[in-house]
Design a protein around this ligand. Structure first.
Ligand code: GAR
Length: 191
């Protein structure tokens, strides 16, 4: 059985979509651990409710930094758990060499924009402010850059007149929840 790890910083709705895909037989895998840099993140609660072990990564009080020694410890933990693929799901820190080297071509991220447009934070807001007619989401392999790795799959989402950042993000998230499990399946087929 394919073994997944999920890293997230927030609500974990994308992690939930992975759980759902597994439960419904659309994704033949199991999530062996969920890790968060945020002790209050709802993703941890979702994992525990689902019977998946959930742990906090202590990033030493840094707001954005993902300290290399923490990445090294996470890499070792995930290797010890024989994880096949790492799925970033709303994880808001940059992954660097210790993790990338431990899981080459085995780390995926979901981003709420049509990359390469609008990398970085609150991408849906960037799209709206730029007057984009089309928004969307992207699943890509993770490299050392910010949202720069090879694109695996994308879904388009229309921008509607009167959209607010919240309404657009909600519409994007509906597509994210369909796209991410499908993209994971496709990445697994390439292993
Ligand atoms: C999602 O929209 C995801 O695409 C985005 O954060 C949200 C997390 O939602 N990720 C990024 O912006 C990463 N740069 P979730 O916690 O409900 O899955």
């Amino acid at each position: 059985m394919i073994r997944l790890a999920v890293l997230g910083s927030g609500s974990g709705s994308n992690c939930q979509s992975i759980f759902n895909a597994i439960n419904e037989g659309r994704l033949d895998a199991e999530v062996v651990i969920v890790l968060s840099d945020n002790p209050d993140a709802y993703i941890l609660e979702r994992a525990r409710r689902h019977g998946v072990s959930a742990e906090v990564m202590d990033c030493g009080g840094y707001k954005n930094k993902f300290p290399l020694e923490v990445q090294q410890a996470v890499a070792e933990k995930l290797q010890a758990l024989r994880v096949d693929m790492v799925c970033l799901a709303g994880f808001m820190r940059l992954v660097k060499e210790p993790l990338l080297a431990a899981f080459p071509n085995r780390i995926l991220n979901i981003h709420p924009a049509l990359l390469p447009a609008f990398p970085g934070v609150e991408a849906w807001k960037q799209a709206l402010e730029a007057g984009a007619k089309q928004a969307g989401c992207t699943v890509h392999y993770v490299d050392a850059g910010m949202d720069t790795g090879e694109i695996l799959m994308q879904a388009y989402v229309p921008v509607m007149p009167g959209d607010t950042p919240e309404s657009l993000h909600a519409r994007i998230q509906v597509q994210e929840h369909i796209l991410y499990p499908a993209a994971i399946l496709s990445a697994l087929a390439r292993l």
